[in-house]
Ligand binder design. Structure first.
Ligand SMILES: Nc1ncnc2c1ncn2[C@@H]1O[C@H](COP(=O)(O)OP(=O)(O)OP(=O)(O)O)[C@@H](O)[C@H]1O
Ligand SMILES: C[C@@](O)(CCOP(=O)(O)OP(=O)(O)O)CC(=O)O
Length: 415
């Protein structure tokens, strides 16, 4: 083929939320953690990254666009991912278009990358996890790397630790590994997304502004200063991991909820034990915890688990649809939208939960009765930006429909 050609691949990758948290590295360059962690992959229909990667002899340098804006690829994390995938590239041949790239050509060819997150970036919703997983997965497919998703997870890990868990759907474990080169620090699937499909996840986006202390900086300071972290990594997490795997395999919600809430609280305790202390949760986060704790106690058995990452947003995991509908009623009672907000833009994702909760419009929200288990019936209008209803979801996929590509097949530039 004489004309300069563009060969590209588009992938979609989910985000994930840890139920046993990763916090603290033993090696900051390779991104090796101080403990194992376990996460739930969230349904990409509601939260995902889409990434198109392209190669062409006409490209003069590696370039990347994130959410429509060009960003620099010079950072160590992007460079590590690109280098590791290039080292695993294999021959490809597209006979129809007369394109042939041999293993050694990949060293000289440049790539263009365009990525889009369908949710806020750098706001505690794990955009870096979905983003790096998608980048590595898409590049691996473009370059015909033969590695399986676990092996790819060890590369995504070098972009952002939590990204390694986004290479699978369902429930995923990141084994911290032992060896110095990090080759055994990778993700494996515990169960797929169908195993515990009646779980419903409601995310309360408390603030979508970019946060003050990034996870990377925060965990560095915790490792440097917190003795509680050492106790957590050595004594607490190893036992919790075993119990968590068991409760997931047995679909034991009571045990799952207990472990999830306890681990989130301990992660935030470790942040508070850092010098200077790090505060990720705010008053709204604390009110949500109190609402769930009181309800769970009044029912005698947990209906909902909560977990918070490095930010104030709550991720609430309900046992089933009935519990999720009740939870949504309670949340909308405490946190009704501002008067100028439509219900349609206040509850996003799987809106059928709203229907189950018997809520069709703002008048229904106004008419909600105060939860019986609570004496203080104050309402906190506008303290939550919006809710996202979702569920456990699948791992990365390739999108074969060219209309979903983010780069032009002619120029290799953003569409
Ligand atoms: N789609 C993407 N592709 C590649 N990199 C991405 C993508 N989305 C985000 N990132 C990278 O991740 C960074 C944001 O990571 P950060 O850890 O600050 O926030 P977060 O992942 O949204 O929140 P958290 O990890 O606390 O849940 C961005 O600045 C960018 O470098
Ligand atoms: C609180 C967490 O979300 C921390 C995630 O940290 P990151 O994976 O964002 O950190 P880096 O490895 O430095 O990129 C807990 C978790 O996801 O396990």
């Amino acid at each position: 083929m004489s004309e300069p050609w563009v060969k590209m691949v588009t992938a979609q990758t989910p985000t994930n939320i840890a139920v046993i948290k990763y916090w603290g590295k033993r090696d900051e360059t390779l991104i090796l953690p101080v403990n194992d962690s376990i996460s739930i992959t969230l349904d990409p229909a509601h939260l995902c990254t889409t990434t198109t990667v392209a190669v062409s002899p006409s490209f003069v340098q590696d370039r990347m666009w994130l959410n429509g804006k060009e960003i620099s690829l010079s950072g160590g994390r992007y460079q590590n991912c690109l280098r590791e995938i290039r080292a695993r590239a294999c021959d490809i041949e597209d006979k129809e278009r007369g394109i042939k790239i041999s293993k050694k050509d990949w060293e000289k060819l440049h790539v263009h990358i365009a990525s889009y997150n369908n949710f806020p970036t750098a706001a505690g919703l794990a955009s870096s996890a979905a983003g790096f997983a998608c980048l590595v997965f898409a590049l691996a497919k473009l370059m015909n790397a033969k590695e399986d998703n676990s092996e790819l997870s060890a590369i995504a890990r070098q972009g952002s630790g939590s990204a390694c868990r986004s290479l699978f759907g369902g429930f995923v474990k990141w084994n911290m590994g032992k060896v110095e080169d990090g080759s055994d620090s990778l993700a494996i699937q515990v169960v797929d997304e169908k195993h515990w499909h009646d779980l419903v996840i409601i995310i309360a986006v408390v603030s979508s502004r970019e946060k003050e202390t990034s996870s990377t900086t925060g965990m560095h300071e915790t490792v440097e200063t917190s003795l509680l972290l050492q106790h957590r990594a050595k004594e607490i997490v190893p036992k919790r991991i075993v119990q968590m795997e068991m409760s997931i395999k047995n679909r034991d919600f009571a045990s799952f909820a207990h472990l999830t809430c306890a681990d989130s609280n301990q992660f935030h305790a470790v942040c508070l034990d850092t010098c200077p202390p790090i505060f990720y949760m705010n008053d709204t986060s604390h009110r949500i915890i109190s609402c769930v704790e009181k309800w769970n106690r009044s029912e005698g058995t947990p209906q909902v688990a909560y977990t918070f990452d490095a930010g104030p947003n709550a991720v609430l995991i309900a046992h089933n649809r009935k519990a999720a509908a009740q939870l949504l009623q309670k949340l909308l009672f405490y946190f009704p939208p501002n008067s100028d907000t439509q219900l349609n833009s206040y509850v996003l994702g799987d809106k059928s939960i709203l229907k189950d909760a018997g809520i069709e419009d703002l008048k229904d929200v106004e008419a909600l009765p105060p939860p019986s288990e609570i004496k203080d019936a104050a309402r906190y209008k506008g303290d939550v930006s919006y809710f996202i209803c979702t569920r456990p979801g699948r791992g990365p996929v390739l999108l074969s429909d060219e209309s979903q590509a983010l780069l032009s097949p002619e120029t290799g530039l953003p569409k």
